[in-house]
Design a protein around this ligand. Structure first.
Ligand code: PDD
Length: 284
């Protein structure tokens, strides 16, 4: 069955789908995106993703390309046409196309592209493998709260991670504090079993999975604290993990080749994985 993408009002074969060469997303990274995971044909936390999209668009003064209601209908249509039961949907809104100029005409029509992708569904077993991360200086801009398609520093750091046999790079600011991963939020568990993750500010993306995990932790009676933590503290932590819509909850057992705790997936991380997978089965 051929894959179908949505591009500016049309459902079109994925293989030839494209936008104009003067689309500002292509030339200036002048656009925003979301990745929403799909489990059993259902979107996970879709309203939280659309809320964040709304905020990203607002911050860049890009209008919604359709109404929010129509947007949800198109997202569902793309998923159905591609028969995606488990996987994710990628959506991108750019400011639109016009003659290349840093300043933009005020009346541009935004571009919208959407496509879906199938992936294997995680089980507690597949999700409980320990992963490695490396650290890299955080050289990104000062508005990481906006989910823009301007991702080059993240691309460079992720490539370095992959070359070093790691799944993610944790980004470290000039104060030695970990901000987040290239495409995920970073967490540690202290020796006294407290969950620590950086508070929301302009230096990180407000992850939907991060918020869901904070909610789950509260329901489970786990103590979580939103505060900055350093690379040094992370290396001395009992457990570590990262969260994102595609990684879900991923255990981290090594940072820069140094073991975290005993180098195995810890009990707190395991409980969160189980509960996050349960949340995906029954998203509320
Ligand atoms: N990335 N931080 C950054 C920089 C991210 O790019 C992402 C998500 C997250 C986690 O956000 P969420 O839990 O809402 O997925 C944190 C997506 C998955 C991506 O770019 O593919």
């Amino acid at each position: 069955m051929p894959r179908i993408a949505y591009v500016n009002g049309r459902y079109t074969p994925h293989i030839g789908a494209g936008v104009h060469i003067e689309d500002r997303g292509f030339q200036f990274a002048d656009g925003v995106y979301e990745v929403i995971s799909i489990c059993n044909g259902q979107f996970i936390d879709i309203e939280l993703h659309l809320d964040r999209l709304d905020r990203s668009l607002f911050e860049l003064e890009i209008p919604w390309p359709t109404t929010r209601r129509a947007f949800s209908v198109i997202l569902r249509e793309v998923v159905q046409r591609n028969r995606v039961k488990n996987g994710s949907v990628y959506l991108q809104v750019t400011r639109g196309s016009s003659d290349r100029d840093f300043a933009y005409p005020e009346n541009l029509s935004p571009s919208l592209i959407i496509y879906a992708r199938k992936t294997l569904r995680d089980t507690v077993e597949t999700a409980s493998v320990g992963y490695k991360v490396i650290s890299k200086p955080d050289i990104r801009w000062k508005r990481c709260d906006i989910k823009t398609v301007s991702l080059l520093p993240a691309v460079m750091a992720k490539q370095a991670a992959v070359r070093n046999g790691a799944i993610e790079a944790w980004l470290v600011n000039e104060q030695g504090m970990i901000t987040e991963g290239t495409s995920s939020n970073a967490w540690i568990v202290t020796l006294d079993k407290k969950l620590i993750t950086r508070p929301i500010d302009n230096s990180i993306l407000s992850g939907v999975t991060r918020q869901t995990v904070l909610n789950l932790a509260q329901k489970l009676g786990l103590n979580s604290i939103e505060r900055a933590f350093s690379l040094v503290e992370a290396k001395e932590a009992k457990e570590a993990f990262c969260t994102s819509s595609t990684a879900l909850v991923k255990p981290i057992v090594e940072i820069d080749r140094e073991k975290i705790g005993d180098g195995r997936v810890g009990p707190v991380t395991k409980v969160l994985i189980e509960n996050y997978l349960r949340h995906m089965e029954n998203p509320t």
